[in-house]
Design a binder for this molecule. Structure first.
Ligand code: UDP
Length: 134
């Protein structure tokens, strides 16, 4: 079993897509073992997205990610890290496979509905950041 940190981003919450997205996660066979609704602060986002701090898109990413509530979850399952990335789809929803969450519901490269850790190290770091546990 693997743990990964998943965030339904503010656009997903505002658009009423929480239920649809959670259904996709549960249909895949993953277990949601923790869940927290929270408006993320700039300080938390600076830590969460530290690898992107110098990118040109960073200011708009932080302003969007702090614009409203996000649903932050720990998702568990066999190969959950890679598996979640697969059902999320590519970063840019235009490139994401049509059956993926981003491919199905998204149309904006920044406001792309969902985050999922990209490695075991990121999952551990991100779960610790939001839930103080791993
Ligand atoms: N992002 C953006 N513009 C870009 C690339 C990424 O606004 O050109 C945002 C987008 O919300 C993305 C997040 O920054 O989900 C983190 O980027 P990353 O490359 O880590 O993509 P992800 O792992 O989320 O697919």
């Amino acid at each position: 079993m693997e743990k990964t940190l998943v965030i339904i981003k503010p656009d997903g919450v505002k658009r009423g897509l929480i239920g649809n997205i959670i259904k996709r996660i549960e249909d895949k066979g993953y277990i949601i073992s923790a869940m927290m609704m929270k408006q993320l602060s700039k300080e938390q986002l600076d830590q969460h997205y530290e690898e992107h701090k110098n990118k040109t898109f960073y200011p708009s990413l932080v302003s969007y990610m702090s614009s409203g509530n996000s649903l932050i979850m720990i998702v568990e399952g066999v190969n959950a890290i890679k598996g979640m990335r697969k059902i999320m789809g590519a970063t840019d929803p235009i490139e994401a496979e049509p059956g993926s969450i981003r491919g199905m519901y998204g149309n904006n490269k920044t406001q792309n509905l969902i985050h999922g850790s990209d490695s075991l190290e990121s999952a551990e770091r991100e779960i610790n950041l939001f839930f103080n546990s791993f």
